[in-house]
Design a protein around this ligand. Structure first.
Ligand code: FCB
Length: 468
């Protein structure tokens, strides 16, 4: 393993003045207020209400109460010197029925959030879709119904028209392989459907929706920067036996290539994943062209790496991940993911090698650890080290000439982590989910110091004492 040089001082200046630094969130994970001011139900509202789906029966009806506390949280972003804030728009706040009648109160809410960011000098970065499909649309088949392309286009158009005068950076969707895989193949995320018959059409309609949405944004907002985000993990075969190596190639096609390649005009990785041949059933004339879009930037989101071995019993890919806890890994996060900083470097290299990608932004990276409050402080050396070591790897890739131009930490506040509920704490800011009290963790103070570097020691100690 390539070791990370802990002795090199990590200075923000090493990335150059134009490098974009930020923090990422998603509507469903922070907002709460699921039926405030005319909001409709999303698939996640419905899924979290079902028995046995979420760890400890957690729900997101309050989450971080960002819906009511956005000013306080944006103030914290400002105080931490974080210049860019990524958040997503809840489709069912704007369009409670998914399409049709617009809920002005939902638009007003995001206007308040965006205007407050701008007032504070924080640049808003908007993800149009971060997994919370309106439930009424799921009842019509959701992402498996081809009509979703026009439903989504209506939503994107409304976002562009409502917020495009102030929002200059857009991401069409978040991690398509995760929400289609977990939500339509494994059934462990909303809407909880499973099987290849749901997964395959969902993939294709998501690809077409990403590019349809991107085209709308570009047409309506020609000055804006248009991107979309993908999850990715370095994949390494468990051994050098040919069948493990081949299994790793298939896993890589599924985990890292399935969505980006059709969008770059390279088609689906059918050779490595023959099951994708059934996609033909859902393809219409013109789709090949419509699947392409020339994005201004690609967001890549990396947390860990995967070790893959051949598996006779795993249908479709005959490949299986060796769980990190079953390997001798140096460190595990609360998600039971291996801490492996070189993974982000390898993923930047991999995406950088596609000639069609103009610019890469790390739109998520971060880690959950079991934080505790002691004497009003949250000392989180593991997260601090994680962030520093991953950021160092980003720098390494940048210094080698990769077009990586930004980095966003996942995430601002400890929030609702999907099927894992509130157990994993990913925030730079600790949240007591009973009182909603926020405490900036030591990692958050470090990020602030890193971002502001000109801070004097006395200003830094003010951060140390900062508690809200
Ligand atoms: C990503 C998601 C994000 C968050 C992090 C931990 O897959 O985009 O919402 O859950 O993982």
């Amino acid at each position: 393993m390539e070791l990370t040089d802990l002795d090199t001082p990590l200075r923000q200046q090493l990335f150059g003045p134009d490098f974009i630094w930020g923090v990422s969130t998603a509507a469903f994970q922070i907002e709460g207020s699921p039926d405030a001011d005319g909001k409709g139900e999303s698939v996640w509202d419905v899924f979290t209400a079902k028995k046995g789906k979420i760890l400890n029966a957690a729900h997101a009806r309050i989450a971080c109460d960002f819906y009511n506390r956005y000013e306080e949280d944006i103030d914290l972003i400002k105080q931490l010197h974080i210049p860019n804030f990524r958040f997503s728009i809840s489709w069912s706040r704007l369009l409670p029925n998914g399409i049709g009648k617009v809920n002005q109160a939902g638009i007003d809410y995001y206007n308040r959030v965006i205007n407050y960011c701008i007032e504070k000098g924080v640049e808003p970065w908007v993800t149009v879709y971060h997994w919370d499909l309106p439930h009424v649309l799921e009842q019509k088949g959701g992402w498996t119904n081809r009509d979703v392309i026009s439903w989504f286009s209506e939503f994107v158009t409304l976002c562009a028209q409502s917020f495009g005068d102030r929002v200059k950076h857009w991401m069409v969707m978040n991690e398509p392989v995760v929400f289609t895989g977990a939500g339509y193949f494994f059934g462990i995320h909303a809407p909880g459907r499973s099987g290849i018959r749901n997964f395959i059409p969902a993939i294709h309609h998501v690809v077409l929706s990403i590019t349809a949405g991107a085209k709308i944004l570009r047409k309506l907002l020609p000055e804006a920067q248009i991107g979309t985000t993908f999850s990715c993990s370095q994949i390494t075969p468990a051994t050098d036996k040919p069948r493990d190596v081949a299994a790793a190639v298939r896993a890589d096609a599924l985990i890292n290539r399935l969505f980006i390649e059709p969008i770059l005009g390279l088609g689906y990785p059918v050779k490595e994943l023959p099951v994708l041949k059934t996609m033909q059933k859902y393809m219409l004339p013109g789709d090949e062209d419509n699947m392409r879009f020339d994005f201004d930037f690609i967001g890549i989101q990396n947390y860990t790496r995967e070790i893959v071995k051949y598996s006779f019993f795993t249908p479709y890919i005959n490949a299986k991940m060796v769980k990190a806890e079953d390997r001798k890994v140096d460190e595990l996060t609360a998600m039971r993911w291996e801490v492996y900083p070189p993974s982000i470097y390898h993923m930047i290299k991999k995406f950088d090698a596609y000639p069609g990608i103009k610019s890469i932004i790390i739109t998520e990276n971060g880690a959950a650890f079991p934080d505790v409050v002691e004497e009003g402080k949250v000392n989180d050396p593991q997260r601090l080290r994680y962030l520093q070591n991953y950021i160092r790897q980003v720098l390494k890739a940048k210094n080698e000439g990769c077009k990586v131009n930004g980095y966003f930490v996942w995430t601002l506040t400890d929030n609702f982590e999907w099927a894992e509920g509130y157990h994993p704490r990913f925030g730079l800011i600790y949240v007591d989910h009973t009182t909603q009290q926020r405490i900036v963790k030591e990692s958050g103070k470090w990020y602030a110091k890193f971002l502001s570097e000109k801070l004097s020691e006395s200003e830094f100690s003010e951060f140390k004492d900062f508690q809200n």
